[in-house]
Structure formats: C-alpha cells, structure tokens
Write a protein that binds this ligand. Structure first.
Ligand code: PBG
Length: 338
C-alpha cells in the first residue's frame, strides 16, 4: 500500500495546507512563535539641564530632551505602563565639555543628579547608565584623543571613574558603549572592590561604526563636534565573526548581559551571538531607525505604530531578549491595549 507520510513529502497538496492554521485569530495566536510584551522594552531618555522644559529633537520627531523633573514624569509613566527599565543620556552644556571629558565622573553632574532623582521618585524602574565620553568631550569621541588617536588604556581609567560615580548615584546597570578593549573587566573589578557587587553590566559588545546614529548625535548635541569618525573603535559593518569575538570577550570579562547595535540592519548578528552564548542579549533600535520610520509615517507613507510593532517583533524573532526603542511608551500603550 502506498502510505503517504506528510512529514517527509513536501509535495502533498491538498493534504498539507499551511493556511488552515492561519484562518482564525485564535489559531494564529496559538501558533505564534514569538511574542512582544512590555517586558521587552527599554526606553532611552535624553536629559538636559534646567527645570520644567521639554524640547523636541528636530531629527527625532516626538522625542524630547527633558529637564530632570520632566524626565521623572515620563519615567513614572513608563513604569506605570510596565516598562522594566530606562536608559538615560545626558545633554551636556558646551561650557562643561573638555578634551578629557572630566565632567563624566563629576559626582554632581547632570547625569548623576538625574540618576539619584529618578531612583528616588521611581524606585522600581531599572536605570541603565551609559558609560562613554562622547557627551562630555569637545571632540565628540567616546575616548581620550591623544596625538590624534583614541588612547584605549587612558580612556579606561576615566570610564572606571565614570562608572563608579554613576553606581554611587544609584544606577542599576552600567552600560559601556565606548568599545575600548578590556574595559569590562576593569570596570567589573572596580565595582567589586568599591562595594558595588550587585551593579549589573550591560555591555555594548557589538557596536558598529554606523551612520544610523546621526539623530542621536544631534540629540546630545555632539554632532557638530565630532572630529573624524569612530572607526578605530566601533566595528566595521562588514564583519560578523568579529562580533562573536567581541561578545565572547565581554562575557569572559564579566558582562551580565550584552547588546548589539544598531538593530534592524544587524539582526543576523543577534542570531549568531544567540546561537553561541547563553547570556541575555539586547538590541538597540537606534535613532536613525526610529527617525526613518517616524518620518515616513509623518509623510503618510507608513503606519508608525504598525511598522514599529512589526520591527520590534523582528528583534524577538532574531533572538533578542529585549529592545531599546524610542517608541517604548507608545508601544507599551499599544501592547497593553491589545
Ligand atoms: C555613544 C552612544 C551613541 C549611541 C548610544 N551611545 C552614539 C555613537 O556611538 O556615536 C547611539 C544611539 C542612537 O543612535 O540612538 N557612546
């Protein structure tokens, strides 16, 4: 007798119709392989000096630079919606920028004051503090520029001080985004010896030298400043094996979680890293990605909330455990109502 085994015969129409499972909403829900929830979202927040002001960022419509008091209101809203964590970025006044970026470890800086104020007012949301020098330097680089070159080891000395100042201010997660070699082990050791053993590290392990950061540099007002480019420390977009090596090193140096950045053009990197390591992996849907989708929808060419939701589920499908996205509040509202 001719036994038909649908499992090993791909030419079996009409026995096999994949559309059967897709006919009804309940069935589509039942078979969905990946789900996006508010637990997956991290909201980046730009903070500036002053009070009671929110200023829209021209290249990132509907994203604002907030004074601390306004940021607290936004972050409280994020918390109420169930967003687990925020990542904060300071907009540093020009007069405080120096070649050595020393404002980065001032314990009374805008960044440190923001952290303690947020911890005080919204104690149960996770605070992720970026570690890198670019908001604080006159040349806009993430590290120290010495004789025209970024000095890896001297930069680490400053990053350690910056990390300790931010940990002391009360941040939960230190997120080094600078891409210096060896900084994770140095920061981890410093945190351990200074009594911050529970402070987590989310390393930007595979961070590419990307043009998608343009609007962010506007947002923190470092774009006019950048001397040259960041290619001597951020990764070449044509490489992926190197990303595995970056991730392996950061994990061995004590990172608690790692990040891939940018997001959508680098989903393959998330998948590759996920297949090799068991550490939580995050993705940063960066400013340029947000602005493209926002601009297209403001022109009526795309539906922002639909396109954003689809883009975020693609991160989950690729293997990300969570996503930093400027749309976190809007998406949290949408997900909570669906
Ligand atoms: C810098 C930093 C950048 C971003 C986060 N941290 C920009 C850069 O490396 O130039 C970009 C985020 C975004 O584009 O949304 N340390």
């Amino acid at each position: 007798m001719n036994v038909i085994n649908p499992a090993n015969n791909l030419n079996n129409y009409p026995l096999i119709r994949l559309r059967r499972n897709r006919q009804q909403a309940w069935s589509r829900n039942l078979i969905s392989e990946n789900n996006l929830t508010v637990n997956d979202l991290i909201l980046p927040v730009f903070i500036k000096e002053g009070s009671n002001e929110s200023e829209e960022i021209t290249s990132m419509p509907r994203v604002f630079r907030h004074t601390i008091d306004k940021a607290v209101i936004l972050i409280d809203q994020a918390y109420e919606l169930g967003v687990p964590a925020v990542a904060i970025f300071p907009v540093i006044e020009n007069r405080l920028k120096t070649a050595d970026g020393k404002e980065s470890y001032n314990e009374d800086s805008l960044m440190c004051r923001s952290i303690s104020e947020i911890k005080d007012k919204v104690p149960n949301i996770g605070i992720i503090a970026d570690v890198a020098l670019d908001p604080f330097t006159t040349h806009g680089h993430d590290g120290l520029l010495i004789k025209g070159k970024i000095d890896n080891d001297k930069t680490i000395d400053i990053l350690i001080k910056q990390s300790l100042a931010q940990a002391k201010a009360g941040c939960d997660i230190i997120a080094p985004s600078d891409m210096m070699d060896g900084r994770i082990v140095c920061i981890r050791n410093a945190l351990e010896s200074e009594g911050f053993k529970d402070t987590q590290i989310m390393s930007y392990a595979a961070k590419y030298a990307s043009n998608f950061y343009g609007p962010f540099r506007d947002a923190i007002q470092s774009s006019q400043k950048l001397v040259g480019n960041k290619k001597s420390y951020q990764m070449d977009p044509s490489n992926s094996r190197e990303a595995i090596q970056e991730a392996a090193l950061d994990i061995s140096e004590g990172a608690d979680m790692i990040m891939v950045k940018p997001g959508m053009p680098y989903l393959d990197i998330i998948t590759k890293i996920k297949s090799k390591f068991n550490i939580p992996i995050f993705a940063y849907q960066v400013s340029g990605e947000y602005s493209m989708m926002r601009a297209a929808s403001e022109n009526g060419w795309l539906d922002f909330s639909e396109i954003m939701e689809e883009s975020l589920i693609s991160f989950k499908r690729a293997g990300a455990d969570g996503i930093l996205t400027y749309s976190a509040i809007e998406m949290a509202i949408k997900l909570n109502n669906s």
